[in-house]
Design a protein around this ligand. Structure first.
Ligand code: NAP
Ligand code: GDD
Length: 380
């Protein structure tokens, strides 16, 4: 077991929560930076937070913000971490078009503040730094698949801010010999994914539609293609990058790409709903071709039996063949889109021994069934 100390920004996010579990399991003392919020924002780590064996023994939470230099400096001096994982970000690409300045403050300058503070407080020889870089850097991708040498062409304020962060990490590595790495991660999803990212939006809506709690799912660009993997595996990859002797940048990806439309088909199929598509562009509709009611009845019965509390949902939908369950709205289009991402994870496999294990079909199954369970339990 390790006695290393890690500091995580973005600990309350999808990746932060999985990474915390992984590091605790490996024997780390974990320190996380949380933001002050008017309501609770620790749901993803509540199972750790509420465990008296863990909180303030192995896991320590501190208020701070990556736009606030003083809190960064203070925490670095106080915690003196061996490893720093910079996961904090305004991470929603579409939202970055609405709040470009804030996105740059957090995603670009937040990274600079951190890496510079490491130097200023004298941790440059001790601490290793992981930067959450992204496949959004490839944007209007110059080649398929994309690897560590593919040129960047970001297509959003988010992508451009992350490009700055990528280069400042490289620059500080070369200028000051800091052990700092860029993990260029392709999309990774899980039941803990935020509800406004497309995968979770789809799996949650499919569950609610199958249970009769929602009529339709309204999406944007159905043609966009992504390389979707399973988040906990990618967080293990982050840790591996910091265990190397030399700092370097790595792509983590599955090597497969699928469209938003395909993701929808798989999600609804898991609930016994076969979709067919009619129309084009904003007129396109996802229609129930066939609905096997036994699938959802069985899942409802099994899940209700598994619950320790009584279920709030006891019946399923009255969907019929021909019901429209997916529609398109330009409201969800982006001013500039990233059409296709597909990563080449060869270097990570060779150097880190890392490989994505969960294929898309399995990922969709995990997410749909987790959402179904949540909806049955909560009733909404
Ligand atoms: P996420 O669920 O949106 O989590 C983002 C985290 O950052 C949250 O804990 C959030 O706190 C925190 N945060 C936001 N602004 C902050 C600020 N000003 N100061 C301190 N903390 C702040 O994102 P994720 O999916 O876990 O992704 C983790 C990182 O990897 C992000 O940097 C993202 O851009 C990057 N990335 C993600 C993917 C992916 O597919 N998931 C792929 C490539 C790169 P609150 O909980 O208080 O909002
Ligand atoms: N969010 C969302 N909502 N996206 C939609 C919708 C919708 O209703 N309909 C279609 N899409 C399309 C988007 O236009 C995009 O092409 C694709 O689905 C994926 O969108 P998101 O799930 O929002 O993720 P993203 O790929 O833009 O960004 C995520 O992955 C990046 C790594 O490539 C985020 O996690 C980023 O933080 C991360 O860097």
């Amino acid at each position: 077991m390790s006695s290393k100390r890690a500091l995580i920004t973005g600990i309350t996010g999808q990746d932060g929560s999985y990474l915390t579990e992984i590091l605790l399991e490996k024997g780390y003392e974990v320190h996380g930076i949380i933001r002050r919020s008017s309501s609770f924002n620790t749901q993803r780590i509540d199972h750790l937070y509420n465990n008296p064996e863990i909180l303030n023994r192995k896991l320590f939470l501190h208020y701070g913000d990556v736009v606030d230099s003083s809190s960064i400096n203070r925490l670095l001096e106080k915690v003196e971490p061996d490893e720093i994982y910079n996961l904090a970000a305004q991470s929603h690409v579409k939202v970055s078009f609405e709040v470009p300045d804030y996105t740059a403050q957090v995603d670009a300058l937040g990274t600079l503040r951190f890496i510079d503070a490491i130097k200023e407080v004298g941790l440059d020889k001790k601490a290793k730094f992981y930067q959450a870089s992204t496949s959004e850097l490839y944007g209007k991708a110059r080649e398929v698949p994309q690897d560590e040498n593919t040129p960047f062409y970001p297509r959003s304020p988010y992508g451009v801010a992350k490009l700055y962060a990528y280069w400042i990490i490289k620059n500080y590595r070369e200028a000051y010999n800091i052990f700092a790495v860029n993990g260029i991660l392709f999309n990774h999803e899980s039941p803990r994914r935020g509800e406004t990212f497309v995968t979770r939006k789809i799996t949650r809506a499919a569950a609610r539609i199958a249970l009769g709690l929602q009529d339709k799912l309204v999406l944007g660009n159905l043609d966009a293609k992504r390389d979707w993997g399973y988040a906990p595996e990618y967080c293990e990859g982050m840790w591996r990058m910091l265990q190397q002797d030399e700092p370097d940048d790595y792509v983590l990806a599955t090597g497969e790409t699928h469209s938003v439309r395909e993701f929808c088909e798989l999600a609804f199929a898991e609930l016994g709903i076969e979709l067919e598509w009619r129309g084009k562009g904003v007129e396109e509709r996802g229609i129930v071709k066939e609905f096997d009611i036994e699938v959802i009845s069985d899942k409802l019965r099994v899940t209700s039996n598994e619950l320790t509390t009584s279920s709030h949902v006891t019946s399923h939908t009255s969907l019929t063949n021909g019901s429209v369950v997916v529609e398109v709205s330009p409201q969800y289009f982006r001013p500039t889109e990233v059409d296709l991402l597909m990563g080449n994870p060869k270097k990570a496999k060779e150097k880190l021994g890392w490989e994505a294990k969960t294929r898309l079909e399995e990922l969709v199954k995990i997410m749909v069934n987790a959402d179904l369970k949540k909806v049955i339990e909560k009733g909404y």
